[in-house]
Structure formats: C-alpha cells, structure tokens
Design a protein around this ligand. Sequence first.
Ligand code: CO
Ligand code: CO
Length: 344
Amino acid sequence: MNNEYKLTKFVQAAGCAAKMGPGDLKHTLCGLNTESENLLVGFENSEDASVYQINDTQAIVQTLDFITPVVDDPYVYGKIAAANALSDVFAMGADVKTALNIVGFDKVNLPVDALAEILQGGNEKIRECGGVLMGGHTIESPEMYYGLSVTGLIHPDKISRNNTAKIGHVLILTKPLGTGILSTAIKRDLLSESSTEEAAKVMQTLNYMPSLIMREYDVSACTDVTGFGLLGHGLECINPDISLHIDASTLPILPDALKMAELDTVPGGSKRNMKHIEDKVSFVGNAINSKLILSDAQTSGGLLIAMDEKDAREYIKRVEELCYGYATIIGRVEAKGEKDIIVF
Ligand code: CO
Ligand code: CO
C-alpha cells in the first residue's frame, strides 16, 4: 500500500457523499413512465436489478452501483466496489456478461497510479465471475467514487425475485453484518489491522459462487444486503402474505463491529435506515440491542436467501469455505403478523 495518501481520508475531506435513503428514492422515481411489455422486472418492486426479456429463453439483467472509498488501499477498494456492483446480478440468480466502469477521480490530491490500481482491482473481480470489461467513463470529481454498470443474462423463468419467499422457508445470510460501522471506524483510524483486513476480505468476496450453488436448490426468494441494511432489504422482500422472523442471537457479525458501534462510529446511512424501519419492525426483549447492526448500511453485503430448512443446512455446508464460515440461518418466513419483521 502507498502510504503517502489514504483514500478514505479524501472521502472525509469531501464528506458530502450522503446516500439517499429508501424513502427518498421511492418519491423521486414515482411518476416516471417506464412501461414496456418486455420489462419483466422494473424498479417499481424495489428489486435488485431490472430484467428485460429479449427472446423466449433470454433476458438481460442490468444494474449499476458506485461507492466512495471504504478502505485506504486503492487496489482493495477497486475490488470491493466491483464486488458490490456485481452483487445485484447474482442476487437475481443471473450470470454476469459485461461491465462498464463509472469513475469520479480527484486528480488534484490523488496520483493517477491510484486510479490504475482501483481499475485493476475492479477488473480482476469482473474476470473472476466470467465477465468482461468493455469501457467506462471517468470525470474529475472532488470526491472519489468508483463502480460499475453491469449487464447479465438469465432465463426468463429462472429469476430469483426478492418478494416471493414461501411461508415455512428459512432465511440464510451468507456474509457477516457490520461493514458500514467498520468502514466508518477505518475512516477515523480506530480499527485494528486484523479487523480491517477481515472486513476487507469479506467485502471483496463475490456473491458469485454462493449464487451459482443456490441455483441448484428450490429458492423461493433472494436479495443482497447493501445500503439499506438487513432490515431495509428485508422489508423489500415483504408481500401481503408474509412476515420475516429474525433470531438476533444467530446473526453473523464482523469482529469489532459491536465494539465500534459503542464508540458511535455509525454511518449516517445506518442511522437513517433505523428511522425508516421503525413502524414496520418489532423487537422482542433484548433483541432491541440488534437494531443498529440490523440497520447498518452494508457495502458488498451477503445474499439473503429463502429456502427449505433441510436444503438450507446442506447449502450452508457447501458454501462454508467460500463464505469463511459466516453463512448462517438467521430466521424464518412466517404468515403475515402484525408487523412485517419481528426480531426476537
Ligand atoms: Co441489491
Ligand atoms: Co444495488
């Protein structure tokens, strides 16, 4: 790593990259006419990616995502940003085909070598899942950001939607929570090297293999946990028939995340997420202590998958190494109760 600069320090200096919350987004998107008979999934259902059918057996899956630095090392940041952007294609159960870079670069304060390392890291992740980088666009910006516009392919009958979970299925989470809190701790120089490395390792891991293996099972719903936190993305999975029951004691959590949360290294996005879920989630007893970690805005978080319990146990064994032992059953899909999500 180049010690002359720290990427995350530039984010702090610029400091205006507040993400829009789920509520804001709904408001700004309503009223846009996006009707098309080929559009199988548009943005009205808060899905992970949009899906457009091109013939009887093929549909294209499109998504884009970009983020400000969450670690100091440009190469690792590139990997994390790419893994984060590619994830929505995997959440739909699709294959990545092509990607385009989206870059805002602070040429005044950062050496161009840093940009080369970022793009190198990103490209390695695109190659890892069989995709190809086809170009992109870079602008000068006081705030560094990088991500991808991604195109994938899927059979129109094989889309894993987020709001179709079956009652009785269990919920699997494939990565630990806490990346938002830990990224904030990194920006403040509070996190130990080993915990920084563990968070970076998890964030740069693709959801590619867990998605491929998931397709061998009867999965009733899938999404990935990113900026709105586990509860925010969990709420997007709700339909009029179901509630999600989450067992707080089973949650996989990154080392030091709870300790750092106590020091209030909590990103603004996570605090907004906590407000957003308030009326729709109930906490039983001590489970209230998990409200923050369950709302923490994740970067390149894991897949949240609903499947039969017996299948889930087998699936978790198969992905155990890929997920560094973090993949766990964290709850169950139940018939609609008073609240959309109950944490116990
Ligand atoms: Co997503
Ligand atoms: Co996304």
